[in-house]
Design a protein around this ligand. Structure first.
Ligand code: SF4
Length: 362
């Protein structure tokens, strides 16, 4: 790259001035930016090869006219947050855990974001004091809530001081045992992972986990790896979440490199999300069959440590389900004989795709 950025790029004209977008595309990109927030941090801009029209980092952050295309089934609330939001800032979909959405801003705006209609400047900045108190009261009143997941928006855009206050408020609720923080900050703005920020992540009375969102191995730069090492060295376990994205990581080599990079950073691969039906994102989604094929491929290439779970968030708020390939079936799959499965042998596929028989339990 032939320029050194110190500030985040937020306007299509700024992207064009730095060769990260074509001037002829500006009218369309202005329309996209009027609807969906744009932000590319210096760290992510530095990773983009402006001469590569298929650059996998650019595809994640540089807006595209394709975002103006809305396909049937796409929905502003693709995973049904609203239907499960009892009070502002809380999504209570599963009995033992809630999402706690503290902020509506991120350091970058991912072009595939499933909350793209809810995040960005102008969509609110942080929960008001009153809404925050109501959300805490809700968590306090529901003793079944074992885990609170800070998401948003990116919770690590908060100051360390404010984050420490929030962590202390949550840890003071006896039944909250786990606080999980979903963030892209260690990758897209690693300098924010200061000693103060790491100290704020640790709290007496609850266990913190950090889930890092990254989609391509190149995002794990030396600075990002150092930021993650700081978190893990402080005794905070990390897991990963990635989105399967066409033109970014939808081939076996890219996925393998990404999962290996996570494990090298002591981050356990956790979720590989199938792309959600967010408006204007169809150009970034793959088919479920392709995702399954990639997962089969991954199993043959890398150790179990490097295996994420391939999941789909069922539209409407019905939660996540694993959609990875199924390796187990019955030898006899004729419908009239299914009820006699207990008498038939299993067929189990190995990582090469070869099928083997396994006896039923006598
Ligand atoms: S960091 Fe997360 S919430 Fe923010 S734009 Fe990217 S995917 Fe969406």
């Amino acid at each position: 790259m032939n320029f050194n950025l110190t500030t985040t790029l937020r306007e299509p004209t700024e992207l064009a001035a730095r060769g990260l977008a074509a001037v002829r595309d500006l009218p369309d990109l202005e329309k996209v930016a009027a609807r969906y927030a744009v932000a590319v941090t210096p760290e992510m801009a530095a990773l983009i090869d402006p001469d590569d029209p298929d650059d996998p980092i650019a595809r994640q952050f540089i807006p595209s006219a394709e975002e103006l295309v809305r396909e049937p089934g796409e929905n502003p609330d693709p995973i049904g947050d609203h239907a499960y939001s009892p009070v502002s800032g809380i999504v209570h979909r599963y009995p033992d855990r809630v999402l706690f959405k503290l902020v509506h801003v991120c350091a970058v705006y991912c072009r595939f974001c499933f909350r793209r209609e809810m995040v960005g400047p102008g969509k609110g900045s942080a929960l008001s004091q009153g809404a925050y108190a109501n959300a805490l009261a809700y968590i306090r009143a529901h003793s079944e809530i074992w885990e609170v997941i800070l998401t948003g928006g990116d919770p690590l855009t908060l100051s360390p001081r404010r984050l420490a206050e929030i962590m202390a408020d949550l840890a003071a609720i006896g039944h909250v045992r786990i606080i999980r923080i979903h963030t892209r900050i260690p990758v897209v703005d690693p300098a924010r992972i200061s000693a103060e920020m790491i100290a704020a992540l640790k709290v007496r009375g609850a266990t913190t986990w950090v889930a890092l969102h990254a989609n391509h191995a190149r995002e794990l730069t030396d600075a990002a790896r150092a930021a993650c090492a700081g978190i893990v060295d402080a005794g905070i376990p990390m897991v990963s979440q990635s989105v399967l994205l066409r033109g970014v990581n939808d081939n076996a080599s890219a996925l393998e490199a990404l999962m290996r990079a996570f494990v090298e950073c002591r981050i356990k691969p956790y979720y590989l999300h199938h792309g959600d039906l967010a408006p204007g994102t169809s150009h970034l989604r793959t088919t479920l069959e392709h995702g399954q094929e990639l997962m089969r491929n991954l199993r043959g290439r890398v150790s179990g440590l490097c295996q994420p779970e391939y999941v789909l968030d069922i539209p409407g708020g019905h939660g996540k389900s694993p959609v990875g390939p199924n390796y187990l079936s019955h030898e006899n799959s004729f419908p009239q004989q299914r009820e006699r499965h207990s008498e038939t042998r299993y067929r189990i596929a190995d990582y090469c795709g070869d099928v083997h028989l396994y006896p039923p339990q006598p």
